[in-house]
Design a protein around this ligand. Structure first.
Ligand code: M6R
Length: 602
């Protein structure tokens, strides 16, 4: 996700910005840029890809006098990762960097364009700099122009602006996206996360939503809706790793909490009022395609299985899913009317990559759903849908799965629309449900506390069964995988209706059943499957919006109008449950034994 740094002072600004951005690399990005105002002149540099590219571009530039400087790493949301779309964005005499989303940017952009202002990029951010310059031209007062600009912005933002007309000042505003100000004597730093200023600033002030202002001559002037205000700084934490975790105990925990936001990012620009749009898919890409074959491993395979139900049910297109390592050696029969889809968080999984190469040799068109741009699988595929989850550090995949599943659901609707197999009413209903997902993914304190409390009852026993039906079966598989990866307890995912064909023989009070019981999908059927287990004395932990009297433990859910929304809410619960059990067992949740984040060997 995007990162921001800023600095006012006499030090070498280029190095401060590049070092700060380097510290924010862990958040993920696909382009970067810096802008510096020094001795009244603006300088800027941008580069696509790694910070190394930006370093090379700035090799011969130094910035040692007093000045202002801002920098940014961008993870593309509005518009592709190109230099033009990279921040800082330039007006005629000012630069801006921004994290978040300006929700009303289209209306603002239209107004500005009608007044004859040209836009260079496809981003929402560029609106900020043009608004500022328009108001400056009207008022000849830089702070007043910035204040009026902020007043116009709707949505989430953390933004910094520098300008030739106030060369000793950085203007800042924050609403919904994080931003802090760091102090070391008269030197003032800005950053979206404290890792960027550790070792530089001595103390920090974490801006609150609705605050804005300017920094100049070693002093910060802070305002909110009630006018100028005082503020108190805190000492800066010294440990970079814990700062990267942003207060969470583990990266996995942070990533679980991030899901609401990153799934929203995955939907940005793609979920439109009455249709789904993918700028990465050319018109006619699906022409001649009559079937879909998906190959993936681990969690990505579970996202694929979930999608296979949706492809057939909603888009009415045949869909088969295979574990990549099996597919490679089964001498599969492939036909050219089949679209070959790979799913991968890392884009480097050897089995998935090799499966893709095989399909390409057989002449199949290919598409990947991947989290890492320019990864091997993305480069090898005809086209890629990026999941925009940001870097996932926890070995146990969480937010990657959430964004993969969302991307695939969007793809189902897109293909259904293209093939004419989905009517407007169904499409609008699905889109409406999609918009509820970020809310369903929010972790409340009550939910987390409840799961933490009941996790203590699940630290022993001879195994776990996660059971579900339909799309909740792949979710059961994923829940079981999460638990076994980090707790080292035996867990299996099963289709609920299959228990009576063998596995129920294991049922006794030491067999824990995590039952996924959505209201909107085969509730009565799964209820009777769970009753069968309860009758054999299995310990039942039911996850459902409907009370279930046979449950030994019950985790209530709140969203009960669409199976996919129920799916996402239950997904978070299974992730938290696995994590809380693993923490109680004293395991390293982020780096479980025997596992690697990216499996680049066969
Ligand atoms: O990077 P990929 O999505 O291709 O990785 C596939 C699996 O290795 C991965 O999902 C693995 O199962 C995770 N540890 C699951 O948490």
């Amino acid at each position: 996700m995007c990162g921001i740094v800023g600095y006012i002072g006499p030090k070498e600004k280029k190095e401060i910005l590049l070092d700060g951005l380097q510290e924010l690399e862990y958040r993920g990005y696909d382009s970067a840029g810096i802008a510096i105002v020094e001795e009244g002149a603006l300088h800027h540099f941008k580069a696509v890809g790694k910070l190394e590219n930006l370093r090379r571009k700035t090799e011969n530039f130094t910035s040692s006098g007093f000045g202002t400087a801002i920098g940014h790493t961008r993870w593309a949301t509005h518009g592709k990762p190109t230099e033009l779309n990279a921040h800082p964005h330039l007006g005629k005499f000012s630069y801006v960097v921004h994290n978040g989303i300006i929700e009303n940017y289209q209306a603002l952009k239209r107004e500005l364009q009608e007044e004859g202002i040209d836009f260079l990029s496809q981003t929402d951010t560029e609106t900020i700099v043009h608004l500022f310059e328009k108001y400056y031209t009207e008022t000849q007062d830089a702070f007043e122009a910035f204040r009026k600009t902020v007043e116009k912005l709707e949505g989430a933002y953390a933004t910094l602006l520098i300008t030739e007309v106030a060369p000793d000042t950085i203007f800042f505003a924050k609403n919904g996206s994080p931003m802090l100000i760091g102090f070391d004597g008269d030197d003032i730093y800005f950053a979206s996360s404290d890792t960027a200023v550790i070792g530089k600033a001595k103390e920090v002030y974490y801006l609150e939503d609705g605050e804005y202002g300017y920094a100049k001559s070693g002093k910060v002037h802070l305002f909110d809706a009630n006018g100028e205000k005082e503020f108190t700084c805190k000492p800066l934490p010294a440990d970079k790793l814990s700062a990267q975790k942003e207060g969470y105990r583990f990266f996995m925990e942070k990533e679980i909490y991030e899901q609401s936001e990153v799934v929203g990012d995955a939907m940005l620009g793609r979920v439109q009022d009455e249709s789904i749009y993918f700028e990465e898919l050319s018109e006619g890409f699906f022409d001649g395609i009559e079937a879909i074959k998906i190959c993936a491993c681990g969690t990505s395979y579970h996202a694929a299985l979930t999608a296979s139900y949706l492809f057939e049910r909603i888009a009415k297109i045949r869909c088969e899913v295979e574990i990549a390592s099996e597919f490679r050696y089964k001498e599969p029969l492939l036909s050219s009317d089949t679209l070959f889809v790979t799913i991968s968080q890392s884009g480097e999984t050897a089995d998935t990559l090799e499966a893709l190469k095989m399909a390409k040799r057989a002449g199949l068109k290919s598409l990947t759903v991947c989290n890492v741009d320019n990864s091997s699988i993305v480069r090898e595929s005809d086209t890629a849908i990026l999941t925009r989850a940001g870097i996932e550090k926890g070995v146990a995949s969480t937010k990657a799965f959430a964004t993969q599943t969302m991307a695939l659901w969007m793809l189902v609707l897109y293909i259904g629309e293209k093939r004419g197999t989905i009517d407007k009413e169904t499409l609008c209903r699905e889109i409406d449900a999609m918009r509820h997902v970020p809310k369903a993914l929010k972790v409340t304190d009550t939910l987390h506390a409840r799961i933490h409390r009941l996790s203590k009852r699940y630290l022993h026993g001879h195994g776990f069964f996660f059971i579900g039906r339909d799309i909740f079966y792949p979710l059961a598989l994923e829940g079981a995988l999460k638990l076994k990866e980090i707790s080292y307890l035996h867990a299996e995912g099963y289709p609920a209706g299959e228990m009576k064909h063998g596995p129920i023989a294991l049922a006794d009070s030491e067999l824990f059943t995590i039952a996924l019981m959505p209201k909107t999908m085969h509730y009565e059927k799964i209820k009777s499957n769970v009753e069968e287990l309860s009758a054999r004395d299995a310990t039942i932990c039911a996850i459902s919006p409907l009370p279930f009297e046979l449950a030994d433990d019950f985790i209530p859910t709140t969203f009960d109008t669409h199976p996919m929304v129920e799916f996402f809410e239950m997904m978070v619960i299974t992730q938290l449950l696995a994590m809380e059990i693993a923490i109680r067992l004293g395991n390293d949740v982020d780096m479980p034994r025997n596992l690697a984040k990216s499996v680049t060997v066969e």
